[in-house]
Each structure stands twice: as structure tokens, then as C-alpha cells.
Design a protein around this ligand. Structure first.
Ligand code: C2E
Ligand code: CA
Ligand code: CA
Length: 686
């Protein structure tokens, strides 16, 4: 009650209004600055805290003294200039300390504590200011009001700084400033209600001292300080916003690792280039690193990143930075090249290739990645952006596929080849239903006795227009198009069904692709087929290559064990063509090793290379695994293998792959004598 009477009867309301305006403006700017204190890092935080302290201190101080200018105690008044200045300094220093507390410890609770400290600062400033206020009368303080004033200031201050960092959108953004204003105003007027003056008899009220003029000037200066910090904040925030917008724009258009433009910028730049005047020739280079995966796998991703960054830097500077380079992802780069004519382009691309053949320093290691580069020239190889890029890619794939070329210029035949591949994949999709697929069987025999052990099932596709297509061509196509699972299932079923009708004891070997092995349902599928066809599991053999196994060793091993648990045996196909054959043999439980045809080939060209075959046989023997030699074409090869105690053989000499009735024609044993191929010669039954 006394607060209200004090406000309305003892104050000039114009001054109160002015004080309130100063307070609201100051508090609003303070809260803005305070949010910056809390969100800034390092020295920026210190700078913001300083500005916030100057602004808040000035706001408290001016609010107080403008209101004091409007205070009419009814007695003469003087001001102690020392204490007046001290009160201003207390306001600034105290607020600064509070903001720093909040800025350093960003927890919500510390922000509330900082707010309480701010509230205490306002109180300290107020009462110091009141001590500077000398009246000719008897002054007494109502301690209840003093305590309430301090409590209100602390509570509002704590609430204000507690919500300020989080409440920053919409109407809620206003709340912290209003809480600050409430704190300052309630402190002031409750504090004033505590201040009681009893005029001394005989003293005339009024007579203003010169100190009041000085104070009016000081208040004006403090007001300018508040406005100054406000304008400075606005300008700095504006710049920060622009800077962060620039940063966002940069992030959207650049690859974060290398800083090169990304795919989006590449397309934009290419569009602009193709739309603009064509004074130079424009070409697109699609680039793919050759040995990046190896570096990543063996040296780790950090090394891989380092290599990419170094190569990106080279591309940026290539040819004086005249061309536009972008990273499209992974180890894929793209460039827009500008040249005078095609001759110049040839030279330029060769120079570009050299950049990738120079080693990159990677800590103590040196890496040379090499690259496959595909070039498409505008407009000859593509009249618009997408076709130009696609054809550069096609050329790059061509270069990649051929180990001897690193640079490939697009030509229309390349496009034809791709279209043809696509067409063939479509035809393959329908081949099963149309009955164009069949299985041929190639005999596998004991080298020692010539006894037939079984047959390998080999898939055949008779294309209605193109005739026989070799599996080496359509199997990879099926793998790339996800058709291999369907195809593999068909082969397995067909082979087991055929073999179920063969004489007892003859096995059938079925090739499985790497992709089938990644399919966890495989053991179940094999089990199902065996049941449905009635083939005993011991008569089925699965052939796997090393590459199929090493993709995910743990998973492969798991699936292999499940297959073996069915009673089915497993052979390692194409042994000797992989990387770590010895490890594979040790790690996986194979029942047979199929020594690749390339070893057998050696036997006919070079007698000395017998040593290699001997080593393979000795190794297998030490592991207790029988060996089948693939691709036996001559009697000499067969003889040598017999002398080396190789267990089994397969090859044109023993029998070419042929339709299923070959099994019944061949009987149980093959005898090879002279040069006559056995498949055509009827064999004697044992
Ligand atoms: P592979 O498993 O190594 O099969 C042996 C290949 O060598 C067969 O070629 C066979 O005809 C050929 N060959 C056999 N003996 C001789 C010989 O004395 N001299 C020569 N020069 N070649 C001989 P084919 O049938 O063209 O099969 C090629 C490859 O296609 C196979 O190699 C196998 O990896 C794959 N393949 C064939 N059928 C299937 C299948 O049903 N499923 C899967 N996933 N792959 C299959
Ligand atoms: Ca095979
Ligand atoms: Ca093979």
C-alpha cells in the first residue's frame, strides 16, 4: 500500500514514465545481449558480457536516477557525487559478474543463480544511490520494505535469466525482459517505500542543488550508452546472421571433407556453362580412383580422408585453377574442362591423369591411387547436361573395366554396349519362363582309376536371337540385376532332380554365386530342394569361390556349417586365383579343392612349373583335403597329375560339358588313352 502511495504522491509521474521507458528499452537490449553471452564461445563471450554489463548497468542506473529526479520528498536535497558514481560502477560490475557466471556455467541452475546475483546488484545499486541522496530531514528505513525489495529483485532477476536463453521465440521472447523490468521497478518503488523522511521544522522544500543538473546530464549520457549498445548489438548480430547464412550456403554447395563443390554445384555450374556462350570447348571428365578402397581398408579411414583431401587440392589447382572440379561422393570426382580444341583436351587429360599417379604423403606412408577417367565432349557426346554426364560416366566405367587403360573418350559404340547389356538383362529375366535355360554336365573322375565320381552342372542359355550366350557373360549380369537368386534356385532344383535319376553313388556339383551365399535362407532352401527331389544329401556338392567367402567371413562360415550339417559337401572352386588362398583353406571346412585351370595349363607349357602344382598338392595333403584338377585338356597333363597323386580331374579330355543324357552314355568309368577325347568314346562299365 505504501508502495502505491509513494509512487503516486511522492513522484512526478512524467519522470516515472520516462524511467519506465528507459528501463524497458535497457532490459530488452540486455536480454538480447545476455542470450549472446550464453551462446557465444571463448573471447566473444567476454565481449558480449562486457556490452551486456554496460547496457544493464546503465539501464538500472538511469531508471533509478530518473525516478529520483521525479521524487519529491518535500525537503531540500543534495547529492553525493562520489557515491552516485560508485552506484553506477556497482551496477555495471555486478551485472558483468552475473552474466559471466551464466556464460561460463551454462546449466539452467547457474543461470538462475546468475539472475539472483543480478537482482542483488540492482539492490546494491539502489541503496548505494540512496545513500548518495542527502536530504535535510530525519531519514529512517522500514526494514520490512527493504527486505521485500531485495527479495523481489532477486526473485525476478533469477526468473528472468533462467528463462532468457530458452524462451526466445514469439511472445515468450518478451517475458525475460518484462521480468527484468519487473525486478528493477519493484525494487525501486518498494525500496522507496522503505525510505521515510521527516522534514526538519523551518526548512523550505525545493531548492535544487547544481548536483541535479549534473545528474540530468549523466543520466542522458547513460541513456546514450544504452542506445549505443543496442545499435552495436543489432549491427553485430546482422553481420553474424549474414556470416552464418554464407556458411549455410557454402555447406549446401560444398563437400564437407575436401571443401570441393558438391554434385549440386557441379550440375549448376555445368548448366550455366552449357547455356552460356561457347567460346571454348567444354568437356566433362568423370573420375574414379582405382585403389582407394585398398587404402581405406588397409590404412584406415583417416588415411583415406587424407588422400581425398590431398587429391582434391590438386584438382582445385590443376592447370592454374582454370577448370571446375567437384567431388560427387566417395572416391568419385567430376571436372568441367575448358579447352581450345580436342588436341589440347587430349594433353590436358593426360596431365590430369598424372596428378593421380603422383604419390600422396599420408603420414609416414605414401599412397598412389591412380584413377580411371572418362571424357565426354559437348555437344558431340551429349547435347544436354544429363546425357553428357552419363556418357562421361560410361567412358569412365569402360576405362575402369580395362586394366590397361586409364583414360577413355566416349564414343557412340559405348552407349550401344550399355543399351545392349540392359536389353540382355531384360531377356534373361524372361529366360526361365520361356524355357531357354538348360543344364549341361561335365564329368569329374578319379585320376588314378578313371572312375566317374560325379558331374558338375553348368548353366546354359540359348537366346532365341543371339544363340548360346556364355555363362561368364550372363552370370555377372544376373548378379548385378538381382536375378541370380531366382536363377540359382532353378539350377539347384534342376540339378538335384536330374541327379536323383542317376546311378547310385554319382554326385552332382552345383556352382553357387557369392550373392547366393549372403542369403541366410540358403541352407533351408537347399534342405527343401533335397527333400522335394529325393536326392540324398551326400550326393550333392556345392562349389564356392574364394571371393564369395571373403565378403563377410563370419556369415559365410556360419552358412557353410549349416550346409555341411545337412550332409552336403562343399568344394573350393578356382583355387589359386584368389588372394589369400592359404588363409581361406584354414578358415573354412572344405571337402575338396578345385585347382584352377591355370595351374593345369602350366603343366603343358612348362615342365618346371610342375613345382607349383606339386606345392598345391602337398599343401592340400597336409590339410587332408582331396584336390580336383580343372581344365585337363591333354594326356600329358593327365599323366603328370597321376604321377603327382592328384585325386580327381575334370576337363575337355575327360569329357566336355554336355546335356544330361551324357551321364547315361558315359557309364561309370573313363579310360583315356592316346589323343582320343573320352566324352565321345563309350566307356566301359566297371
Ligand atoms: P567354373 O565353375 O570354373 O566351370 C568350369 C568352366 O570351365 C566351364 O565353363 C567349363 O565348360 C570350362 N571347362 C571345363 N573343362 C575345360 C577344359 O578342359 N578346357 C577349357 N578351356 N575349359 C574347360 P562354362 O560352362 O563356360 O562356365 C564358366 C563359369 O560360369 C563357371 O566356371 C562358373 O563360374 C560359372 N557358372 C556356370 N554355371 C553356373 C551356375 O549354374 N551358377 C553359377 N553361379 N555359376 C555358374
Ligand atoms: Ca565350378
Ligand atoms: Ca572352376
Amino acid at each position: 500500500m505504501r508502495v502505491i502511495t509513494c509512487l503516486f504522491t511522492e513522484h512526478n509521474l512524467w519522470f516515472v514514465l520516462l524511467a519506465a521507458i528507459m528501463c524497458v528499452v535497457g532490459a530488452t537490449i540486455t536480454v538480447r545481449l545476455y542470450r549472446l553471452v550464453v551462446s557465444a564461445q571463448g573471447s566473444a563471450r567476454l565481449g558480449w558480457a562486457f556490452l551486456a554489463a554496460v547496457c544493464a548497468g546503465s539501464a538500472i542506473w538511469t531508471t533509478h536516477f530518473i525516478a529520483m529526479l521525479g521524487y519529491e520528498p518535500g525537503v531540500p536535497v543534495r547529492l553525493d557525487s562520489g557515491l552516485t558514481i560508485a552506484s553506477g560502477l556497482i551496477a555495471i560490475a555486478g551485472s558483468g559478474a552475473a552474466f559471466l557466471i551464466a556464460g561460463v556455467h551454462r546449466s539452467r541452475i547457474m543461470q538462475a543463480i546468475a539472475g539472483a546475483a543480478f537482482g542483488l546488484t540492482v539492490a546494491a545499486m539502489h541503496f548505494t544511490g540512496m545513500f548518495a541522496y542527502r536530504v535535510d530531514g530525519i531519514v529512517s528505513w522500514d526494514m520490512n520494505y527493504v527486505a521485500s525489495a531485495i527479495a523481489l529483485s532477486v526473485a525476478f532477476g533469477a526468473a528472468a535469466l533462467y528463462v532468457a536463453p530458452n524462451w526466445s521465440g514469439g511472445w515468450r521472447a518478451m517475458v525475460p525482459s518484462l521480468l527484468l523490468v519487473a525486478g528493477i521497478v519493484s525494487l525501486h518503488f518498494t525500496g522507496m517505500a522503505a525510505f521515510l523522511v521527516e522534514p526538519l521544522a523551518g526548512i523550505e522544500p525545493g531548492a535544487e542543488s547544481p548536483a541535479f543538473t549534473a545528474m540530468a546530464i549523466a543520466v542522458a549520457i547513460a541513456g546514450f550508452l544504452i542506445l549505443g549498445t543496442g545499435v552495436a548489438t543489432y549491427l553485430i548480430e546482422q553481420r553474424m546472421r549474414e556470416a552464418s547464412e554464407d556458411k549455410l550456403r557454402h555447406m549446401a554447395l560444398h563437400d564437407p571433407l575436401t571443401g570441393l563443390p558438391n554434385r549440386t554445384s557441379f550440375y549448376a555450374r555445368l548448366d550455366a556453362r552449357l547455356d552460356g556462350p561457347q567460346s571454348d570447348q567444354t568437356a566433362v571428365a568423370a573420375i574414379d580412383l582405382n585403389r582407394f578402397k585398398e587404402i581405406n581398408d588397409s590404412w584406415g579411414h583417416a588415411a583415406g580422408d587424407q588422400v581425398l583431401i590431398a587429391l582434391a587440392e590438386r584438382l582445385r589447382r590443376f592447370d592454374g585453377g582454370r577448370h571446375f572440379a567437384a567431388r560427387l561422393g566417395g572416391d568419385e570426382f567430376c571436372m568441367i574442362l575448358k579447352t581450345g580444341d580436342e588436341r589440347e583436351l587430349q594433353d590436358l587429360v593426360q596431365a590430369l591423369e598424372l596428378e593421380f599417379n603422383r604419390p600422396v604423403q599420408c603420414g609416414a606412408l605414401e599412397a598412389t591411387t591412380g584413377a580411371s577417367i572418362g571424357i565426354a565432349i559437348y555437344p558431340r557426346d551429349g547435347a544436354e547436361r544429363d546425357s553428357l554426364v552419363r556418357n562421361a560416366d560410361l567412358a569412365m566405367y569402360k576405362a575402369k573395366a580395362d586394366p590397361l587403360t586409364t583414360i577413355c573418350f566416349y564414343d557412340s559404340e559405348l552407349g550401344d554396349a550399355v543399351r545392349e547389356r540392359r536389353q540382355l538383362a531384360n531377356d534373361l529375366r524372361n529366360a526361365i519362363e520361356k524355357g531357354e535355360l538348360s543344364l549341361h554336365y561335365q564329368v569329374q573322375t578319379s585320376i588314378e582309376t578313371g572312375d566317374i565320381r560325379g558331374y558338375e552342372a553348368l548353366l546354359r542359355w540359348k537366346h532365341p536371337k543371339r544363340g548360346n550366350i556364355p555363362p561368364a557373360q550372363f552370370i555377372p549380369l544376373a548378379e548385378a540385376n538381382g536375378l541370380i537368386l531366382q536363377l540359382g534356385d532353378w539350377v539347384l532344383r534342376r540339378a538335384c532332380l536330374d541327379a536323383a535319376g542317376w546311378p547310385e553313388g554319382l554326385k552332382v556339383a552345383v556352382n553357387l554365386s557369392a550373392i547366393q551365399l549372403t542369403h541366410i535362407g540358403l541352407p533351408q532352401q537347399i534342405h527343401q530342394v533335397l527333400i522335394e527331389t529325393g536326392l540324398p544329401p551326400v550326393r550333392l556338392e556345392i562349389e564356392l569361390t574364394e571371393t564369395a567367402l571373403i565378403k563377410d567371413k563370419a556369415q559365410s562360415l556360419h552358412i557353410m556349417r549349416q550346409i555341411k550339417a545337412l550332409g552336403v559337401s562343399i568344394a573350393l572352386d578356382d583355387f589359386g586365383t584368389g588372394y589369400s588362398s592359404l588363409d581361406t583353406l584354414r578358415a573354412f571346412p572344405f571337402d575338396k579343392i578345385k585347382m584352377d585351370k591355370s595351374f593345369t595349363d602350366e603343366l603343358k607349357t612348362d615342365q618346371r612349373s610342375l613345382a607349383v602344382v606339386r606345392a598345391v598338392l602337398a599343401l592340400a595333403k597336409s590339410l587332408g583335403i582331396p584336390v580336383l584338377a580343372e581344365g585337363i585338356e591333354t594326356v600329358e597333363q593327365l599323366e603328370l597329375l597321376r604321377l603327382e597323386h592328384c585325386d580327381e580331374g575334370q576337363g575337355y579330355l575327360l569329357g566336355r560339358p554336355a546335356p544330361k543324357d551324357v551321364v547315361n552314355r558315359l557309364g561309370a568309368r573313363i579310360e583315356v588313352g592316346g589323343a582320343s577325347p573320352a566324352a565321345s568314346a563309350p566307356a566301359r562299365r566297371a
